[in-house]
Ligand binder design. Structure first.
Ligand code: ZN
Length: 123
């Protein structure tokens, strides 16, 4: 037996610690157990994904079905735990506001136009 807790046990711990925040219908953020400042973005449903290493290596290669973060969210859903939308995390899912073009952008555009004009003269 290994000393490491199984994925199921780890998932239960995540649930007990309340380290899951809902950001959109099927998007959640799960706090890292080791680094409390780190949150993994996790998508559940037909297209599952997680930003953790376990997902990148073991889930993607098909050796396990899900990482502990996905498991924790699945458990929460099965237990019909209420995970209301968290405003702070929901903001992360919003597309960024379009910004007006910068001065640099116009300089580049000007440069392109000049170049085209010069090339046109050559022709
Ligand atoms: Zn994960």
């Amino acid at each position: 037996m290994s000393d490491y807790p199984s994925r199921i046990e780890s998932a239960k711990l995540i649930l007990e610690n309340g380290s899951i925040k809902r950001a959109a219908t099927s998007v959640y953020y799960v706090q890292s157990g080791r680094d409390r400042d780190k949150w993994y973005r996790v998508e559940v449903g037909p297209k599952e994904s997680c930003q953790c290493k376990d997902f990148a290596f073991r889930v993607k290669s098909g050796s396990v079905d899900a990482c502990k973060h996905i498991l924790a969210i699945r458990m929460a859903i099965e237990d019909e735990m209420s995970l209301p939308l968290d405003e702070e995390f929901a903001k992360r899912e919003l597309p960024e506001e379009p910004k007006p073009p910068t001065k640099e952008f116009w300089e580049v555009m000007e440069g392109l136009k000049l170049l085209t004009a010069r090339e046109a003269i050559k022709i």
